[in-house]
Design a protein around this ligand. Structure first.
Ligand SMILES: C[S@@+](CC[C@H](N)C(=O)[O-])C[C@H]1O[C@@H](n2cnc3c(N)ncnc32)[C@H](O)[C@@H]1O
Length: 202
């Protein structure tokens, strides 16, 4: 069953206001921290979809990435602004990811996905994949920590599977280059998330 209001900012604002934000680690995601520490990706222009409080967006910005963080919940955006790091600025966009202008097309080296794909109405996953495909430059990469790899009904979070994600992205020109079960996932999420790296092909 799809939560009636999941596509509305008010649903997420309500969660942020009431503190029902189980997804919020209160710090950057350990898996992304490790990618940065090992310099797995050269710094470039990145967009973070459904950025929440922006811990990951700020962490990439601290490592020299030029980061745009998008969220449609006013509460999330307010926190992102309050937590801003003057040494590592992030461009905050208060908008639905589905309303991002076409002027952004082809302008990102990276899209960072963590818990936005599982937060939207599953009926919109094709729109999400279209969006990622158009935002990336040719050769650009989607860094997707896919969660939750479970089989439950309902949400959010709505269940995801690697097969379904690949079936969304590959027809849109994104090829799965790497996948990994991260040993450094948050303990409560270990075994329920996989790191997937897709690349946009010419
Ligand atoms: C489960 S939270 C994850 C937040 C963050 N990525 C994290 O890991 O802490 C999902 C976030 O996506 C945002 N979101 C959901 N649908 C959205 C949409 N259509 N446009 C922009 N943001 C959206 C919500 O407001 C919420 O902040």
């Amino acid at each position: 069953m799809v939560e009636r209001d999941v596509g509305l900012p008010s649903f997420w604002d309500g969660a942020y206001r009431s503190g029902k934000t189980v997804w919020d680690l209160g710090e950057p995601t350990p898996v992304f921290r490790r990618l940065l520490k090992w310099r797995q990706f050269a710094a470039g222009r990145m967009i973070v979809l459904g950025a929440g409080h922006g811990y990951d967006a700020r962490e990439f910005a601290r490592r020299g990435f030029s980061v745009v963080a998008v969220d449609f919940a006013a509460e999330a955006v307010r926190w992102m602004a309050a937590l801003a790091d003057p040494q590592a600025s992030v461009e905050i966009v208060h908008a639905s990811i589905f309303d991002l202008p076409h002027t952004l097309d082809g302008s990102f080296d990276y899209v960072l996905e963590y818990m936005c794909y599982c937060a939207i109405d599953p009926a919109r996953r094709g729109d999400y994949a279209d969006l990622v495909a158009r935002l990336l430059k040719v050769g650009g990469r989607l860094i997707d920590l896919a969660f939750p790899l479970t089989r439950h009904d309902g949400g959010p979070p709505y269940a995801v599977s690697v097969e379904e994600i690949v079936a969304q992205f590959e027809p849109r020109g994104l090829t799965l280059m790497e996948s990994e079960w991260p040993a450094d996932s948050h303990p409560a999420r270990r075994g329920r998330e996989q790191l997937l790296i897709f690349q946009k092909m010419p």
